[in-house]
Design a protein around this ligand. Structure first.
Ligand code: WTA
Length: 635
């Protein structure tokens, strides 16, 4: 039996038991046998959730790109590492072999070095899904710079906040991006953002759409000529196990986005190990994850996990609806994709268009289907199972978070029997706990509570960049000696977990986490607005959509309300990005508040969801009369 590759349920239980009985021995064995180390560790694990401080493989030296690329050069040099499928189906796909990837990463690393980037410097990457994005990420890792990828759908303001928070010395972007039939002026957004950022010395610009853009003298440089002149080999920087590999921002329920910091060795071991097992990747397989590299799913399961296993990983630039809704299935057929990993929101959007798009294509290559990002509803699960997997491909419903670095609760395909809407069993080494209102762990099955994890795993984020106190407060203060996920979950009669959703003020819209407070703060900046409250409500495709209750300064505001709605969504788009736009905006004369002045969101959620038969206890409200008014005018 190999602990590295689990194929049967009994094997899963055996390995799981081993991993929790003696985690250090277990992870040391996995790390030792399947990775390249410049120097072995002195200590496998030291941890203290009260500080919190977590260290894996301390004393070890390595470079993750040596594991992702160099070690495959002799055995798989001519195998495709990255298979790039462009936005436009008429443009040719690119097969980048491990040898070519090695050369491209080395050249890019040389350019970074020439431009003064050194180990520990922060580099912001704001690029569309083109090969340069993956190459830039790996080039940073090769020279030991900390990458901070910002999803290229974020606005100039959101980008500026992230660039400043991490004090980035460089931004890597492109002249623009293709998104379906549209182009986006990414460089313009960067220029706008950088008006607010004094830390950035250099901007490297990749050419993608050949648009005319402004190049700022002394700051902006075209990437390609630099790459052409760069040296084709670049020795990997020797990194300590706990050196930061990257920062990735995620929304909190309040305040600024949180820059989650992931470190090198533990992240590598866990993402590689989960990738191998959760997708049952075999040597000749073609694996495709449709996420954007701007999110954790792209970091862990487009780049690091697959490449560490010598896999062929597809990178798709476009969208599922262009040129029509069969695009995903056309790509599956064209590249004979074996593992397909996407989000429930995409499945729902595609299901709505009917099965004809799926039926046009030969999907017989598919062995495993995956989903991630939000709870998958039963209908979407069955649609996926029936029409894409033809009931033959197990669905892995993978629960995890930016903070966890890798997949935490998931079936292992062909081993764990699946159950619709259940993420099923904890992955190897993961010790979940459900907590009740009194902060006690709930034992037994057929129970529900708040989801925590009791023991560290190798890829847990180590801190929030520049704010360790916030890391402690957010994740380690709700329950003693436990990592709190912010999610609720239930455990069924056989011990399977079902994630029921966020229990804090984070709303997941089309798979994107959005904190309500930052959106409210943005709306409140509008001169006509006194205050606002955002809640989520069920939406057929997005899962949840945003409903805003907005109180205006002048009652009987004479301005056209539709214009005001447009203006509010406009500021949200500018400050945060189009993903945070509100689907519904209701103007109110006041918001229901407790005597201590807290907005009672529970009531607003019910009204937004059209579920007003039982509003619960409203006796503690300061202004119960507004509830009726809000109900009468609900949208
Ligand atoms: C939610 C994405 C139900 C959850 C990898 C979590 C899920 C948040 C699932 C993290 C799933 C993710 N079932 N809910 N399979 N996967 N979530 O940081 O609420 O973008 O806390 O990481 O998404 O989102 P994030």
């Amino acid at each position: 039996m190999s602990n590295y590759h689990i194929k049967h349920l009994e094997e899963y239980y055996q390995v799981y038991r081993k991993s929790v009985r003696n985690p250090e021995v277990f992870w040391a064995e996995i790390a030792e046998e399947h990775f390249m180390w410049r120097k072995k560790w002195d200590k496998v694990l030291s941890w203290d959730f009260s500080k919190p401080e977590i260290k894996w493989f301390e004393g070890a030296k390595l470079n993750i790109t040596e594991n992702c690329i160099d070690r495959h050069l002799y055995t798989r040099g001519d195998k495709t590492a990255i298979l790039f499928e462009p936005n436009n189906p008429n443009e040719e796909a690119q097969h980048i072999t491990y040898k070519q990837l090695h050369e491209r990463v080395c050249r890019f690393a040389s350019v970074l070095y020439e431009q003064g980037i050194r180990k520990g410097d922060r580099v912001c990457i704001y690029l569309p899904m083109i090969p340069e994005l993956a190459v830039a990420v790996l080039a940073c890792a090769r020279i030991g710079a900390i990458h901070s990828v910002v999803f290229a759908g974020f606005s100039a303001n959101a980008l500026a906040t992230r660039v400043n928070d991490a004090d980035c010395k460089m931004v890597i972007t492109s002249d623009g991006s293709y998104r379906g039939a549209k182009t986006i002026d990414l460089k313009g957004i960067v220029d706008e953002a950088l008006k607010q950022c004094s830390c950035v010395e250099t901007v490297l610009v990749a050419k993608r759409i050949n648009s005319k853009i402004n190049m700022k003298e002394g700051r902006d440089l075209w990437l390609q000529p630099l790459l052409d002149d760069a040296y084709h080999d670049f020795p990997p920087e020797e990194m300590n196990a706990e050196d930061p590999l990257f920062i990735l921002y995620t929304s909190g329920s309040t305040g600024q986005p949180k820059g989650m910091v992931h470190t090198t060795a533990g992240y590598m071991v866990y993402t590689a190990y989960t990738f191998k097992n959760v997708f049952q990747y075999r040597e000749e397989d073609v694996y495709w994850c449709t996420a954007d590299i701007g999110w954790i799913t792209g970091h862990s399961y487009i780049i690091y996990g697959p490449l560490c296993n010598g896999a062929t990983t597809v990178m798709f630039e476009g969208v599922p609806s262009y040129p029509d809704f069969s695009r995903f299935w056309q790509i599956v057929e064209k590249h004979k994709v074996n593992q397909f990993y996407t989000a429930p929101t995409a499945i729902r959007a595609l299901a709505k268009e009917g099965v004809s798009h799926v039926e046009k294509h030969d999907l017989s290559s598919i062995k495993v289907l995956g989903t991630v990002g939000e709870p998958i509803n039963e209908e979407a699960w069955h649609w996926y199972d029936d029409n894409v997997g033809k009931k033959k491909a197990p669905i892995v419903d993978t629960w995890w978070q930016t903070e966890t670095g890798g997949i935490m609760i998931t079936p292992i395909p062909f081993a764990t029997p699946t159950k619709p809407t259940y993420a099923t069993l904890p992955f190897i080494g993961i010790q979940p706990a459900l907590m009740d209102e009194n902060g006690e762990e709930i034992s037994g099955n057929q129970v529900d509570g708040r989801l925590c994890v009791k023991f560290p795993w190798p890829s847990i984020a180590r801190t929030i960049w520049g704010n360790h106190q916030r890391y402690k407060d957010t994740y380690f203060s709700a329950y003693e000696n436990k990592y709190f996920t912010g999610d609720g979950a239930l455990r069924d009669e056989v011990g399977y977990y079902r994630i029921t959703g966020r229990v804090d003020d984070v709303i997941i819209v089309s798979g994107h986490n959005l904190g309500t407070a930052p959106i409210e703060d943005t709306i409140n900046e509008h001169p006509a607005v006194v205050e606002s409250a955002i809640v989520g409500f069920p939406h057929d495709i997005k899962g949840s959509a945003l409903y805003g209750y907005v109180t205006l300064k002048e009652t009987g505001e004479t301005r056209n309300q539709d214009n005001l709605r447009k203006e509010i969504n406009q500021i949200i788009t500018e400050q945060i990005g189009p993903i945070a736009k509100l689907d519904k905006i209701q103007f109110t004369n006041g918001l229901p508040k407790t005597r201590s002045g807290k907005i009672m969101r529970r009531i607003l959620r019910k009204i937004a969801s059209n579920d007003t038969s039982n509003l619960g206890d409203t006796s503690t409200l300061l202004n119960p009369e507004v509830v009726q008014e809000i109900m009468d005018n609900a949208l």
